[in-house]
Design a protein around this ligand. Structure first.
Ligand code: MN
Length: 302
């Protein structure tokens, strides 16, 4: 391992729309990188102000083979799923939905008032042995909070610095949120056997000596035992990492699988009303799975 690891690889997030018009930056999957550890999807939505009745309005849609990990930064969203869970998520909280063999959910902003929304939604590919497990949903109202060199650090997932996130994940991985209102500088210990990446959500902090803007994912690879992070003004960034996934994972629409036929079957089952159950109470229309013939990397996920 070089004493001074080379600068990371800068990957540009793709700008797209979530539901009916909230702009998001989709950093994973990327044309140049599918996964960082078992993290296989990373959307940064907002921050955005919306009028009454707008905001996040993602109607019922299915997932298989993954966990959705929603990290709320500004505003509130209501999650409803086919297991019957009906859960508001607020700033500083995480919703973790395990799709396993199949679940459906809807995510909606409060309908009656204007508001502000910002969140990161990530997916974690389940390891093959867990991919068909029973679906589950968990809400974490609080996560471990630490302070390092002026950064407020939230341990989203995994273990770090003697703390452990309660989030129930099935692969060795880490997720940290770092935020500061002003000057901050910290050396973050990392596991050298993990690969890591950082995405800036706000401000223009420096990571490993590189100044980053929102919408850039800096892929850092494996072999780092520490990472230098600094900010000269308000900033927020996400650090994700984990053991590299060596097997090929297919990501299509809202499905993660290892075999194309599993995606074809999930598409049929959803569009024909089987397997996934009903999401009750959602205001937004049920989404239709597109034809698998249009298979494209990360197309149209919700
Ligand atoms: Mn979803």
């Amino acid at each position: 391992m070089p004493a001074n690891p080379a600068a990371g690889e800068r990957l540009e997030a793709r700008r797209t729309l979530l539901g009916e018009g909230l702009e998001i930056r989709r950093a994973l999957p990327n044309r140049h990188r599918r996964t960082v550890g078992a993290w296989c999807f990373l959307d940064h939505a907002g921050p955005a102000d919306f009028a009454a009745g707008r905001g996040v309005n993602v109607g019922p849609h299915p997932h298989i083979g993954l966990q959705t990990f929603s990290w709320m930064i500004d505003g509130t969203i209501r999650h409803r799923d086919s297991l019957g869970f009906d859960q508001w998520i607020r700033p500083g909280q995480v919703n973790l939905m395990t799709a396993g063999r199949g679940i459906a959910h809807a995510e909606e902003s409060p309908p009656d008032a204007p508001g502000r929304v910002q969140l990161a939604q990530l997916w974690i590919a389940l390891p093959e042995a867990e991919a068909d497990r029973e679906p589950a949903f968990e809400h974490y109202p609080e996560l471990p909070l630490l302070e390092r060199g002026g950064f407020r650090v939230t341990l989203l997932a995994g273990e770090w610095s003697g703390e452990r996130s309660p989030a129930a994940v099935h692969s060795p991985l880490i997720g940290l949120d770092l935020t500061t209102a002003g000057d901050a500088r910290a050396g973050l210990p990392l596991r050298a056997d993990f690969e890591h990446a950082v995405m800036v959500l706000e401000g223009a902090p420096e990571v490993a000596g590189e100044r980053l803007d929102p919408g850039i994912l800096l892929y850092l690879g494996q072999g780092r035992e520490a990472l230098e992070v600094a900010a000269q003004g308000a900033a927020r960034l996400l650090l994700i990492g984990g053991e590299p996934v060596r097997e090929e994972i297919l990501i299509w629409w809202n499905f993660v699988a290892r075999r194309r036929e599993d995606i074809v079957q999930a598409t049929r089952d959803w569009n024909e009303g089987r397997r996934f159950g009903e999401v009750r109470g959602a205001r937004s229309a049920r989404l239709v799975a597109p034809d698998v013939g249009e298979f494209r990397l990360g197309a149209g996920a919700a």
